[in-house]
Design a protein around this ligand. Structure first.
Ligand SMILES: Nc1ncnc2c1ncn2[C@@H]1O[C@H](COP(=O)(O)OP(=O)(O)OP(=O)(O)O)[C@@H](O)[C@H]1O
Ligand SMILES: [Mg+2]
Length: 259
């Protein structure tokens, strides 16, 4: 099977410092894959490279088999990979619905000829309505985006990625800054929104990681030291030695809750 994302022997240097050291990472189509590791391990740097926001020093990145290593962010986005940012990426003065409609129409624009645009607009609006419900913002439809709560802003961010037609999503710490209840809601949203899509997410909250991920990769000092199912990662001695965090307890707690 062709991986959704294939990262091969990826290196990134900043000056003399080698931040990523021969990273290999395979994300299967339709899997939810979590990337975990200590602060400064290189997780966000890896996301930057995959999304095209920075260039690798060496190595190769493929999206469904196509080489995207040297493509610009917009070109990668058009190929169906969307990334959510920690900073807000929407129009603060537009309504929630108008934001989603914009994203849907921009996604359509490149594919449509002028004589198809009227239909495209209607389809874009319908798509925006579906996304609105998918991210649980139906009741906030006409609210000005800038006035949304933090958790709702993150939901809108996710919605923009979906409205753009992305089949592959990169989420960097999607529940950072949320309380327990908001994080639990975000997990359910992400689970629903990524059904039939591919997810690669960076996350420090082990309840979120173990609640969502089909597989986990562990990045330590710029190297992937393990990839496997949540059970395998929890039991991995190298992971426990290098990056214990609260992985054991949180993983067990998440498992207990799922029972
Ligand atoms: N533009 C840059 N120039 C120089 N060094 C950088 C740059 N970007 C990141 N780094 C360094 O690369 C290392 C990895 O940073 P990165 O942000 O990728 O870590 P991370 O795994 O995402 O950490 P966190 O969990 O804290 O978000 C850090 O030591 C950081 O200081
Ligand atoms: Mg980071």
């Amino acid at each position: 099977m062709i991986p959704a994302i294939a990262v091969r022997r990826l290196d990134k240097r900043f000056g003399a410092t080698r931040i990523l050291r021969g990273v290999d990472l395979m994300v299967e189509p339709h899997e939810r894959h979590a990337l975990i590791g200590p602060n400064g391990a290189g997780k966000s740097t890896l996301f930057n490279l995959i999304a095209g926001a920075a260039r690798p020093s060496a190595g190769r990145i493929e999206l469904y088999g196509a080489d995207i290593t040297r493509l610009a962010p917009a070109a990668i986005c058009r190929r169906g990979l969307a990334r959510s940012f920690q900073t807000t990426s929407f129009f603060a003065k537009l309504s929630v619905f108008d934001n989603l409609r914009c994203a849907a129409q921009i996604a359509n624009r490149d594919r449509m000829r002028w004589w198809q645009r009227y239909t495209a607009t209607r389809e874009g609006d319908e798509h925006a309505e579906q996304v609105l419900d998918a991210v649980g913002l139906g009741e906030r439809r006409d609210v000005i985006a800038g006035t949304l709560s933090y958790a709702d802003q993150r939901a809108l961010d996710l919605g923009l990625a979906l409205a753009s037609g992305a089949h592959t999503l990169l989420l960097d710490e999607p529940t950072a800054g949320m309380n327990r209840a908001e994080a639990a809601r975000a997990v359910e949203l992400i689970r629903a929104a990524t059904a039939g899509r591919t997810l690669l997410m960076v996350e420090h909250d082990m309840d979120v990681v173990f609640g969502l991920a089909d597989r986990i990769s562990v990045l330590v000092q710029g190297e992937v030291i393990a990839t496997g199912t949540p059970d395998a990662i929890r039991a991995d001695p190298a992971v426990r030695a290098a990056y214990l965090g609260d992985i054991g307890e949180a993983g067990d707690a998440a498992r207990g809750a799922a029972r």
